[in-house]
Ligand binder design. Sequence first.
Ligand code: ZN
Ligand code: MN
Length: 266
Amino acid sequence: MHHKTVFAAELTWPDYQRRVESGETPILIPFGSMEQHGHHMPMHVDVLLPTEFARRAAQELGALVAPPFTYGYKSQQKSGGGNFFPGTTSLDGASLVGALKDVIREFARHGARNLCIVNGHFENTWFIAEAIDLALRELGWGGIHDVKVVVLSYWDFVDQASIGRLYPDGFLGWDIEHGGVLETSLMLRLHPELVLLERAVDHPPASFPPYDVYPPHPEWTPASGTLSSPRDATAEKGDILLDVCTRGIVDALRTEFRMTDGPAAR
Ligand code: ZN
Ligand code: MN
């Protein structure tokens, strides 16, 4: 059976080599976490969503999608509820940096020169930056200076017009969107069988003092684990998000990877 996949690991190695050795095929690496997402969603939301954005972008660009990172950096109270919830399973920063650095170096060894980290978990941000910095430095020592890595988080592509349609009653910021309208709407569109909307807990938006404390005060986090209510989530809002973020990601990668010819014919 000839199955046209964008997932790199589904290829045989000779087929993979043909695609990657020239350096022209971008490789997109989804980066997630295993983290509680309230009473109504599973714990791999931050893996499923960036993987789907990567898949859609790769189809348009003729790129490949690497296996996702399924563990991420420790959940922080003001962006993910906190690392104290049962189920939330996180890496030390050094482990994340080491693993991603190794993977970037491996794809570069295969010939890849254009990489993109598609992030789905806010707390990974600076560790991804560190891993890229160390990988590029190490590759430079080996005489490889032409590797480019784009880092993006899909929610950063939501524009003001879309925010008005998604949050008609006012937008409170991405930091408290953990398990709220953004992620729940996308999951309702993509994986409705994994959303238990009847168990969703409606609560006022979380509000925190302007500092962090370790160990955290668990009572600062709403008991459900979400930081804002998923009540107003709909599959239609999921479509708005899929459209605007996929378009933004594709445009960004076309620009950075100088792919001006439209969808690659492969
Ligand atoms: Zn999440
Ligand atoms: Mn998260």
